[in-house]
Design a protein around this ligand. Structure first.
Ligand SMILES: Cc1cc2nc3c(=O)[nH]c(=O)nc-3n(C[C@H](O)[C@H](O)[C@H](O)COP(=O)(O)O)c2cc1C
Length: 217
């Protein structure tokens, strides 16, 4: 007996996304939707999925925590932190284009943001790294490399304890750890509607700034 979801369906009826209610640029709408997700008390409303695709042309996706979204002269920059020596890091080194996806299910909303990803400056990565709890900073050192095979949980724990002793209170940022910035040039807002007649609005960044269009569900 497998798992059969084929008869499970919800009708999405909470809101609508209509052109007259939104601006010509995407940041205000993004900010509103994030504020709504936080007010809704969605756990980790700032968690998102990051899709990448490297030279092997095999897409991969994983959950990360968004740490900052910066409006920059009408543009949107999305900042997150990770281990550069990881599958996503290798993918991004091969192909800097990626897509970030937020799904806020109680609001029946999805946002997809894509563009080029660049590394943050070492100074900015350092500042964030040192704002993290000591244990998180140590754990970053344990992951050498992130997603590399490890013999057992005990090996990880013992490495953590050794590193803690070795560094004491001053834990430097590993050079393989840091931030990325997604420079958004396309962003889609999806609002679920009844009868699968969903609202989808896409903003594209072109030479003359942002352009907005409605796309079919
Ligand atoms: C809720 C949640 C938040 C996460 N946040 C991060 C994060 O901010 N940075 C990170 O490197 N991994 C984070 N992870 C772990 C990643 O999903 C992933 O396992 C890891 O980054 C390795 O991915 P890769 O091998 O595809 O590079 C998070 C996982 C979950 C479930």
């Amino acid at each position: 007996m497998g798992i059969d979801f084929s008869a499970s369906r919800l009708s999405y009826e909470k809101d609508e996304l209509i052109e007259k209610n939104i601006g010509d640029t995407p940041y205000p709408l993004l900010q509103k939707w994030i504020d709504d997700a936080i007010s809704e008390q969605i756990g980790e409303a700032y968690a998102f999925s990051l899709a990448t695709c490297g030279a092997d042309r095999r897409p991969s996706v994983r959950t990360l925590l968004m740490r900052e979204i910066v409006p920059n002269d009408g543009d949107i920059q999305m900042i997150f932190y990770t281990n550069y020596d990881s599958d996503k890091g290798r993918d991004l080194a091969d192909n800097p284009f990626a897509e970030a996806l937020f799904f806020w299910h109680t609001l029946e909303r999805q946002v997809r943001a894509s563009g080029r990803v660049v590394k943050l400056s070492t100074e900015k990565s350092e500042a964030y790294y040192h704002s993290r709890p000591k244990e998180s900073r140590l754990a970053a050192w344990v992951s050498r490399p992130q997603s590399g095979q490890v013999e057992s949980r005990e090996v990880m724990e013992s490495d953590f304890a050794k590193l803690s002793e070795q560094f004491g209170e001053r834990i430097p940022k590993p050079e393989f750890w840091g931030g990325y910035c997604l420079l958004v040039d396309k962003i889609e807002f999806w609002q679920g509607r009844a009868n699968r007649m969903h609202d989808r609005i896409v903003y594209h960044k072109g030479e003359n700034g942002w352009e907005r269009e409605r796309i079919l569900p």
